[in-house]
Design a protein around this ligand. Structure first.
Ligand code: ADP
Length: 533
């Protein structure tokens, strides 16, 4: 439990701010919500993928709508320079008491960030694992994240309206809230929301980890979380939260079926209309071709001249020839984790056929050794046509988005996907498979009407991918049509504003259900609102 008497925690006091006026209204005219995001990564503190972009940009958008937003995440080694010391607390998880340093930071002006400093758990290589293996103590590492975040919420002058848990790393949040662990009584009326950013990662651990997390005695938890050969944290978040969201309407429809449900589809179906799909937005300040510090020249839909400078820069950066032929030929970009989800197996099937196309390829990614070797082999065989950089490189990711003509995302499944949204904004035409958020965000180009923003194929096969790529390359030769597709995509608004408002609606429903439950009867308690009292 949260140690008593050590600190009365007020993250606003930590950052020297005055508590906001409790009666203040948010953009929807209702009372402002106090939201605590529990999340394992956030730009600029720590990032392995889209979750980090999403948690930051979404938090900022929510604060922009007048809500009081704070974010709690581990102070990993890569975030060691972030924040300033703001106190120490003892957090007890199960039987173990951890000494945790609190580091205060912020996002923009309005979002408060608390980084949890606990070197034995977080000061090491890799957020979730290293050398291709998960850290074996991940249950403790993310158990502490959740328990500390809940403790901070419970110690705050006003308890949070919403605890928002992201992915399996935070999914013990709804479980611990429901279990009514000692020290969390003040959170009785707080709602919990679980967001699934990727159902493929379920946080499955040996069942005995529950004892170490202080959850072995909580009625029903062990049996509810049972999944495959162990217990799944994400399943706990799905079952015990007041509301479940995922990151696109398409993915929300897919994951309630057996094909994409990865064994959790029965639990997801149980949630009925409490499961909502809300499209991710993008941070339009960080991903802005008119003001991107990683690009050699700005560009916009009205003036695409600067995009040529980016194309030259990215070709140079990959050590490819900068002759006129290469500068004119279509440049296909890919920035991706190199895992089967992203369609790497399809690309493996046709890798040498790709080199037969009249196109140049620039690839950035890191992941499974066999896929890295695949691209590196292709680059070695076709050094003038294929450039590969294995690694994680934010600046280069921007340059690829800026300089490429087409962007390849042949995913097997894609909860939302961000790179196709960045591509649309950068006039880089996406070639995607129609799945999850890709199907929701890329409109197939129709030459008859000039409508559409990209090229879309449905069947998960190398042949369908190749046909779509060939179709895109054929249209590339028609300058007017190509410009039309680019401008169509660049005109779209994928900022967070709209989606953040959708989340607020989910929060308000969850808050109402938590209130009913806190004062409530068994009859009022809906699915997912199980308590142990
Ligand atoms: P996912 O979260 O499944 O990896 P998304 O498309 O939602 O996929 O988000 C990926 C994010 O990570 C994007 O911001 C992308 O630019 C970034 N990214 C992925 N791989 C790399 C890399 N090797 N270097 C830099 N950024 C990367």
């Amino acid at each position: 439990m949260w140690s008593k008497g050590e600190v009365e925690y007020d993250d606003r006091r930590m950052s020297g701010e005055m508590p906001p006026d409790a009666a203040a209204r948010a953009a929807d005219g209702e009372a402002r919500l106090r939201v605590v995001m529990v999340v394992s990564e956030a730009v600029p503190f720590a990032k392995t993928g889209g979750l980090a972009d999403v948690s930051s940009a979404f938090s900022l958008a929510l604060a922009g709508l007048g809500h009081d937003v704070s974010l709690v995440l581990p102070r990993y080694r890569e975030a060691a320079d972030a924040g300033s010391p703001a106190g120490r607390v003892t957090v007890t998880v199960g039987e173990v008491a951890y000494e945790v340093g609190l580091f205060a930071a912020s996002l923009g002006r309005d979002v408060r960030v608390t980084l949890l400093d606990c070197p034995p758990l977080y000061d090491r290589e890799g957020l979730y694992g290293a050398g291709g293996r998960d850290h074996p103590d991940n249950p403790a590492r993310f158990g502490l994240l959740v328990r500390a975040a809940l403790g901070l919420g419970a110690a705050a002058p006003e308890p949070p309206s919403v605890i928002h848990a992201h992915d399996w790393q935070a999914a013990l949040g709804p479980v611990m809230l429901s279990a009514g662990l000692p020290g969390l009584e003040r959170l009785r009326g707080s709602a919990s929301v679980q967001t699934i950013h990727n159902l493929a990662y379920q946080g499955v651990f040996p069942p005995d980890c529950l004892g170490a997390l202080g959850l072995a005695e909580a009625a029903g938890v062990a049996s509810t979380l049972a999944h495959k050969t162990g217990v799944s944290f994400l399943k706990g978040g799905i079952v015990y939260s007041d509301a479940v969201t995922t990151v696109s309407p398409g993915y929300a429809r897919e994951i309630v079926g057996a094909e994409f449900g990865r064994g959790l589809d029965p639990s997801l179906r149980e949630r009925g209309t409490s499961l909502t799909g809300i499209l991710n937005g993008i941070d339009v300040d960080v991903w802005d071709p008119t003001a991107d510090p990683h690009l050699p020249a700005p560009f916009s839909a009205g003036d695409l001249e600067g995009k040529r400078a980016s194309k030259r820069a990215v070709i140079e950066c990959y050590g490819l020839p900068t002759d006129e032929a290469t500068l004119t030929r279509p440049l296909v970009g890919m920035v991706s984790r190199m895992v089967p989800q992203k369609g790497l197996d399809l690309l493996a099937e046709i890798s040498d056929d790709l080199a037969g196309l009249d196109a140049t390829f620039v690839v950035l990614g890191t992941g499974m050794a066999e896929y890295q070797a695949l691209w590196q082999g292709l680059a070695a065989r076709h050094p003038a046509q294929v450039g590969v950089h294995v690694g994680f490189d934010e600046a280069r990711a921007h340059l690829v988005e800026g300089g490429a003509d087409l962007f390849l995302m042949p995913s097997r499944f894609e909860p939302c996907g961000l790179n196709q949204l960045y591509s649309l904004r950068y006039g880089t035409v996406p070639v995607v498979r129609a799945t999850g958020g890709l199907a929701d965000t890329v409109r197939p180009f129709d030459p008859a009407t000039g409508q559409g923003t990209g090229f879309v194929f449905t069947e998960y096969s190398a042949a369908a991918l190749m046909a779509s790529l060939r179709a895109a390359l054929a249209v590339f030769g028609d300058r007017a049509a190509w410009r039309r597709i680019q401008v169509n995509g660049m005109a779209e608004d994928h900022s967070w504003d709209v989606s953040a408002r959708e989340y607020v609606k989910v929060y308000r429903r969850a808050v109402a259900s938590a209130r009913r439950r806190a004062g409530g009867t068994a009859e009022q308690a809906g699915p997912g609102s199980t308590r142990f009292e």
